[in-house]
Ligand binder design. Structure first.
Ligand SMILES: Nc1ncnc2c1ncn2[C@@H]1O[C@H](COP(=O)(O)OP(=O)(O)OP(=O)(O)O)[C@@H](O)[C@H]1O
Ligand SMILES: [Mg+2]
Length: 240
């Protein structure tokens, strides 16, 4: 399978602080690629590099073989890179429908008519159609997480980046989000999925990468990664 995304020795951070330290990995088309790692190891920062919120200091970032390391975020969105945020970021003063419509029109570049159709379809798929006229600032956390997914999907991505889609939810709520995300594979999305829930990462991903201190410390079959000594050491807090 063709590489959809490739990080090659990426160094990146904030100001003078380096967070990603020669990070290298690649994700194939149609793959669900899980990412785990201790708090603060750079998982969200990796997504920030991928979406253009920050630019790498050095290294190469390829999307479908094209270098995109310094491409503006909105252009990456049009290329087909969509993300959800760890802490949901809807336009709180806009309704659910308006939020999703903004993505389909400005993210995917559709006309108002096409965008409305797309937004309606995504809201049905995600199970938010009955709340389409609710102000997004008034939603529960579960619905805000659903809205994050809907907004990302409405931008018509080929790659979906999920940053802890289930964090902060109760067990049953998390299961609901997990099954929604699980169904994305059937829809041929390529997914990069950061989540701390071990069971989900084991069951729902094709490959799993564990990061530590801004590096890829192990990547491969989810079961083998989870059982590896290095992951055990990291999660038991031993020094690596
Ligand atoms: N905007 C920022 N400016 C400066 N430092 C930041 C910024 N965002 C994150 N950091 C720092 O970068 C490091 C990596 O953060 P990051 O959010 O990528 O970690 P993470 O692996 O996603 O952690 P978590 O599992 O807690 O979400 C942390 O030390 C964090 O404090
Ligand atoms: Mg994070």
């Amino acid at each position: 399978m063709e590489d959809m995304i490739s990080f090659e020795n990426i160094i990146a951070g904030y100001g003078c602080t380096r967070i990603l330290d020669n990070l290298s990995f690649s994700v194939s088309e149609g793959e669900v690629f899980g990412v785990i790692g201790p708090n603060g190891c750079g998982k969200t920062t990796m997504l920030n590099v991928l979406t253009g919120s920050i630019y790498p200091i050095s290294g190469s970032l390829l999307f479908k073989g094209r270098e995109i390391g310094t491409l503006a975020s909105h252009k990456r969105c049009r290329l087909g890179i969509g993300r959800t945020w760890q802490i949901p970021r809807p336009f709180a003063g806009m309704t659910v429908y308006e939020n999703v419509l903004t993505s389909s029109v400005h993210g995917a570049g559709l006309s108002m008519e096409q965008g409305a159709e797309k937004a309606g379809g995504v809201l049905d798929e995600i199970g938010l159609a009955d709340k389409k006229d609710t102000l997004s600032g008034e939603l529960t956390l579960l619905d805000r997480k659903r809205l994050e997914l809907a907004r990302a999907m409405a931008s018509d991505p080929s790659v979906l980046l999920l940053d802890e889609a289930a964090a902060g939810l109760t067990e049953n709520e998390a299961k609901e989000i997990m099954s929604l995300v699980g169904s994305l594979k059937e829809k041929h999305y390529t997914v990069i999925w950061i989540e701390h829930n071990i069971e989900t990462m084991l069951n729902a991903t094709d490959r799993l990468m564990c990061m530590a201190e801004g590096r890829n410390v192990i990547c491969g079959d989810p079961g083998e990664v989870m059982e590896s000594e290095i992951v055990e050491e990291l999660y038991l807090g031993k020094d690596i």
